[in-house]
Design a protein around this ligand. Structure first.
Ligand SMILES: [Zn+2]
Length: 83
């Protein structure tokens, strides 16, 4: 997996995780379903953070790139152009 895929996955992943947690918070009747949804939401947040830490890096110097902001054109550490 390259940093771009990781970056985009991270953006969608957080969105989907939050969506699952919002749906879970609206589910009050069935507590088992709610528990499952909350668990899935939390697990997907954790997986998302882990994959981002592992893969969302500069391909040259392995500096971490933030997925909270726009992807930089140049690496903030080594200054190489990111494709
Ligand atoms: Zn770099």
């Amino acid at each position: 997996m390259d940093y771009k895929k990781s970056y985009h996955l991270s953006q969608y992943g957080i969105f989907i995780s939050l969506l699952i947690l919002i749906v879970a918070s609206q589910t009050s009747q069935n507590s088992t379903l709610k528990g499952i949804l909350v668990a899935i939401g939390i697990i997907s947040v954790i997986l998302n953070v882990l994959q981002e830490i592992a893969f969302c890096r500069c391909p040259y110097c392995l500096e971490r790139l933030s997925s909270r902001t726009k992807l930089p054109t140049y690496c903030p550490k080594c200054g190489k152009k990111l494709e």
